[in-house]
Design a binder for this molecule. Structure first.
Ligand code: DD3
Length: 327
């Protein structure tokens, strides 16, 4: 495997802010930013009443005349203690729905400022993005070491998953002002940054990602004892930086990697332990502390072990496992 001694070269990143960065809501409006002019709802890809989320496929008409796809993710945000006084006061717009004995239900209409909807935009979106959010049946795959060599690795090689947005963060071409902590070493360094699924308004759903500076570790499968200093740095400095910034002790953090990850550049998730973050299921999340111990037991642990994960029905990787008679 290649050594991480210098900044790896890649295609020159676009300087323009990705449209998704506008989802932050804090940035002032600038030309080229996404808005709902010429937006047309195509269909709902997925919705979840418990999570209060909806994933929408839409079409956007360009000024030039062509029409492009967009994926819009809407999510109602958690309540915040410091805004409750604005919801519960004598001027509140409260409408009685029904009353029975000591029980009554109402509709409360808060001011727009206290009723925001977190909005994530992928634009222009590819067919892959649209499919990714479609509700689908899942299949568990037990990937042996041989399976990884014969099926998964060649498949990943043949794909052109873009991690340009990751390189933009590492090179400070995007989100530079959002960085919480950096260890700049090209081999053992990383950047800690809020995942953009987190609006940073409350720590209940805290979610940060540590992105390694090293560019040749694609996933958990590539990790060896050689990466222990990197992993230990991420664990210790990540915990410390989160305590300094958010006053959340390490006992309140779930720190883990995904396998399969949603992007093939080594990253570690830091989420609030009380928050049931998407992707914390046993078949996907691998605690960083366990990963470190496993590598201390056996430097090639993750090259040898069978790893289990779930794939969606139409995932091309699932098709490969089927073709090889492994499902
Ligand atoms: C992504 C995984 C990727 C859709 C969605 C998310 N955190 C990101 C770009 C910038 C970011 C992330 C791809 C893409 Cl909803 C398609 O995530 C990102 N910046 N997770 C941050 N801070």
């Amino acid at each position: 495997m290649a050594e991480c001694v210098s900044e790896a070269s890649g295609p020159e990143p676009k300087r323009r802010k990705p449209a998704a960065a506008a989802a932050d809501g804090d940035a002032p409006c600038e030309p080229g930013e996404f808005n709902f002019d010429n937006f047309q709802l195509e269909r709902i890809l997925r919705e979840n009443a418990r999570d209060k989320t909806v994933f929408i496929h839409g079409k956007v008409g360009e000024d030039g005349g062509d029409v492009r796809d967009a994926v819009i993710i809407l999510e109602k945000t958690p309540f915040r203690e410091n805004t409750l006084p604005q919801l519960l006061n004598k001027n509140a717009d409260l409408h009685l729905q029904m009353k029975n004995d000591i029980y009554s239900t109402h509709h409360l209409h808060p001011l727009p400022a206290f009723n925001e909807i977190k909005t994530t935009v992928i634009y222009p979106a590819t067919e892959k993005h649209i499919k990714k959010y479609l509700q689908q049946q899942m299949y568990l795959v037990n990937e042996t070491a041989d399976d990884y060599r014969n099926i998964t690795a060649p498949y990943l090689q043949s794909q052109t998953f873009s991690v340009q947005w990751v390189y933009n963060i590492l090179e400070k071409k995007a989100e530079a002002e959002r960085i919480i902590h950096e260890h700049p070493d090209p081999k053992n360094g990383f950047i800690l940054i809020p995942d953009f699924k987190w609006n940073q308004k409350q720590v209940d759903d805290l979610h940060l990602i540590a992105i390694s500076h090293c560019r040749d570790v694609k996933s958990l499968r590539d990790l060896t004892a050689e990466h222990l200093p990197l992993l230990q740095t991420i664990l210790q400095e990540g915990q410390m930086a989160i305590f300094k910034r958010y006053n959340i002790p390490k006992s309140q953090l779930r720190i883990y990697l995904h396998y399969q990850p949603s992007y093939y550049h080594l990253h570690v998730h830091f989420t609030a332990v009380g928050y049931d973050a998407p992707g914390s299921m046993v078949e996907r999340a691998h605690l960083l502390s366990s990963v470190i111990e496993n590598l201390q037991f056996d430097p090639e642990y993750y090259q040898k072990r069978t790893l289990t994960f779930a794939l969606k029905a139409d995932d091309p990787l699932l098709q490969k496992f089927k073709e090889e008679g492994r499902i």
